[in-house]
Design a protein around this ligand. Structure first.
Ligand SMILES: O=C(O)CCC(=O)C(=O)O
Ligand SMILES: [Fe+2]
Length: 306
């Protein structure tokens, strides 16, 4: 977020305004003056080009060039586009991003194995259709470095739980998260408001603050896992609360998320009964994850128009 404007401009991908390189440039270059606008995270952020409360940097930590096929890059720019790294200005950044992303990926695969074990107790699935296999062969995992700008005093939503990032579920299979790091003018500090941070809603409808340490990784279930597991696993609704009170003025938050998701080419065998995005999922037919994501993008786009 603190890089010069020209460097950030070089990191933008003109073809993919989302999910590759830097996004939220207006934020990054203009500070927090646009804070009253949309407050979304991924899931829906994935769809919102105007994300004003935070800036993001996206890259695939596993593969720099997921494919060289032009038609695929055109059709799915956010999944198939090549990574863009600030190699001259921040040479150590790429190494650190990939190391963290790979670690979260490797641990995520172990978790996926246990998810498969759990789901197999209630549902018949072929081994190569399990979460672990799907994620292991995917070329479209996405790492996201997130930077939340200091929240504005007097924001009408300032008291809500979702003042930094609205309630949503992530679109993919599993999301691995590091704990949020709070800073003021770039200097790390503990957050003066202990209520600030990530919240989830549990299966029994309780709102819980997620507390975990800096050496821990937290995983959330995404919508695609809920659908493919016949709802044995449920997507985790979550939001992020900004710190409140005078002492919290100028406090920023940074974190890293790895969105683990099926390959664009992966045929998803949807169960008969699905609870979310029912209208998009045709019965008795399979869509690829790429096709399914396109339909979802279209759904959100039309919702935004109305
Ligand atoms: O900032 C966080 O801890 C969560 C971010 C998030 O929900 C997302 O990027 O989808
Ligand atoms: Fe999220």
């Amino acid at each position: 977020a603190k890089l010069p404007k020209e460097v950030k401009e070089d990191l933008e991908d003109p073809n993919s305004t989302i999910l590759v390189g830097v996004m939220g440039k207006r934020n990054l270059s203009q500070g927090s003056q646009h804070q009253k606008e949309r407050k979304t995270c991924s899931g829906s952020d994935f769809l919102s080009k105007e994300n004003i409360l935070k800036g993001s940097f996206y890259a695939n930590p596993i593969l720099d060039t997921p494919t060289t096929e032009t038609s695929l890059i055109q059709r799915y720019p956010s999944y198939c586009g090549s990574n863009i790294w600030p190699r001259n200005t921040l040479p150590e950044f790429e190494v650190a991003f990939k190391a963290l992303g790979m670690l979260i990926f490797d641990v995520g695969l172990m978790l996926a194995y246990h998810c498969d074990q759990y789901v197999s107790r209630g549902m018949k699935t072929r081994k190569d259709e399990g979460l672990e296999s799907i994620l292991r062969r995917s070329r479209c995992h996405k790492g996201r470095l997130l930077y939340y700008f200091p929240s504005q005093q007097g924001d009408p939503d300032g008291n809500s739980l979702s003042s930094w990032c609205g309630w949503h579920t992530d679109h993919g299979s599993l999301t691995g998260l590091t704990c949020g790091m709070f800073t003021k003018d770039g200097v790390e500090m503990s957050c003066p408001d202990s209520a600030a941070g990530l919240y989830i809603r549990t299966r029994s409808d309780q709102i819980v603050k997620v507390v975990f340490g800096e050496d821990d990784i937290a995983y959330q279930i995404g919508e695609t896992t809920e659908i493919l597991s016949g709802s044995y696993l449920c997507a985790t609704p979550h939001c992020v609360q900004a710190p409140k009170g005078e002492k919290s003025s100028g406090i920023e938050r940074s974190t890293f998320a790895l969105f683990m998701q099926p390959d664009w080419d992966e045929k998803l065998n949807f169960p008969e009964e699905v609870r979310i995005h029912k209208e998009l999922i045709p019965s008795n037919s399979a869509l690829t994850f790429g096709e399914y994501s396109e339909m979802l993008l279209d759904k959100y786009y039309h919702q935004k128009q109305t």
